[in-house]
Design a protein around this ligand. Structure first.
Ligand code: SF4
Length: 374
């Protein structure tokens, strides 16, 4: 199933009008199973449902469609932001995006439409700078200051997901995006090279980027090909039989299942299992309503005192500054100006320098659960 990287790029299917509305997987006229690059790490059973044309039982909600459209609408904003930061961006034409395709096996192709390509402004130690370009344009600083052309994946994420990506790096937080960038890079250039994932925080509307080195993209590509190889083998064994379903990759409760368009036909996890995890403490609806009222009442009660506390501290800070003092006794209480240092980690540099496995030892992830009432 595994072929040499350079041999995998192949002619892409036509872009056509339905470039952005293709199903996650489908059987082409030639019998090949064509998987959308953005769905390469999807649940393999869900890919099979899509390819064999099961009717989605849980189409995206209006809210998720709005979020998706907002994400798409922000792409040009992101492009302009990168250009303002001196990147050279060649975005895909939204009316005629250029398709790329990569062969994963004799009967499977992964295809998609890259968001575009970028050249990074040269900061003086970019080893990727195109030496031929340096030779040709010697003396023309505008040309000398850019690195090699790379594919760019433009993403928009909510504040939590944005923070997670920045902290953990794309391979750990959003491996599907890295696999997608790997397929696009190989499909576009016929060989692996560094790629950029540029992400906008939809909350603060700030953006950042991560360069994924070619060697790590190659690894992401191998992993994705292995993952998809099982569907390809399933296809060889069963043809396009809609009743021969691959195993489920996820279980009830996972976000993959919760947002799966085929949830009601797949029914992951037995009813008993789901019930077992839910039995914790019997709380009636009435008690839940009372809890929300009690919470709101308590919240309102502390609002004013908190505001008064903040105003008093602001006054005291100004007063201490006036006397350039860091400690004083007022009305029998000690008032101090406390200075603390803040340390920050440049996650972009860290993520670029370290492999995901090494990072996992350094930047660890824990999970906590709390209830928020808004
Ligand atoms: S419901 Fe879950 S297990 Fe079933 S196809 Fe969807 S993602 Fe896969």
């Amino acid at each position: 199933m595994v072929t040499k990287t350079e041999d995998r790029a192949c002619p892409a299917p036509d872009a056509g009008a339905e470039a952005f509305s293709r199903p996650a997987a489908r059987f082409g006229d030639d019998g090949n199973l064509e998987v959308r690059a953005s769905a390469a790490l999807n649940c393999r059973r869900a890919l099979w449902y899509a390819a064999t044309e099961y009717e989605p039982t849980n189409p995206p909600s209006e809210d998720s469609l709005t979020a998706m459209e907002a994400g798409n609408a922000l792409e040009p904003v992101m492009v302009r932001a990168m250009e303002r930061a001196d990147w050279k961006v060649d975005p895909a034409d939204p009316l005629n995006p250029q398709p790329v395709a990569v062969r994963v096996g004799p009967n499977m192709v992964v295809a998609g439409h890259p968001d575009g390509t970028v050249r990074m402004p040269h900061d003086g130690d970019n080893t990727e700078t195109d030496t031929l370009q340096m030779f040709l344009f010697e003396g023309e600083s505008d040309w000398l200051s850019y690195g090699k052309e790379m594919t760019v994946e433009i993403k928009t994420r909510g504040p939590e997901a944005f923070k997670r990506w920045r902290t953990l790096g794309a391979e750990r937080s959003h491996p599907a995006s890295v696999a997608q960038a790997a397929f696009y890079t190989l499909g576009k250039f016929g060989q692996m090279r560094d790629a950029v994932i540029a992400t906008m925080d939809t909350g603060s509307r700030t953006w950042d980027f991560e360069v994924i080195p070619a060697v790590r993209l190659e690894r992401a590509l191998q992993d994705a090909c292995e993952w998809l190889g099982e569907v390809a083998a399933h296809h060889v064994l069963n043809g396009a039989d809609p009743d021969a379903l691959p195993e489920r990759d996820f279980s009830a409760g996972s976000w993959q299942c919760r947002s799966c368009p085929f949830l009601d036909v797949c029914l992951p996890g037995s009813a008993e299992e789901v019930e077992e995890t839910q039995v914790e403490e019997e709380v009636s609806d009435e008690e839940a309503r009372d809890a929300v009222s009690a919470y709101t009442e308590a919240q309102d009660a502390i609002k004013e005192p908190e505001k008064a506390k903040r105003a008093a501290l602001k006054t005291l800070k100004a007063w201490m500054r006036r006397y350039r003092d860091s400690k004083a006794t007022v009305g029998g209480r000690t008032v101090s100006v406390v200075t603390s240092k803040r340390y920050s980690v440049n996650y972009r540099k860290l993520n670029e320098l370290l492999d995901p496995e090494v990072r996992a030892d350094i930047v660890t992830e824990g999970e906590s659960e709390y209830v928020r009432v808004s």
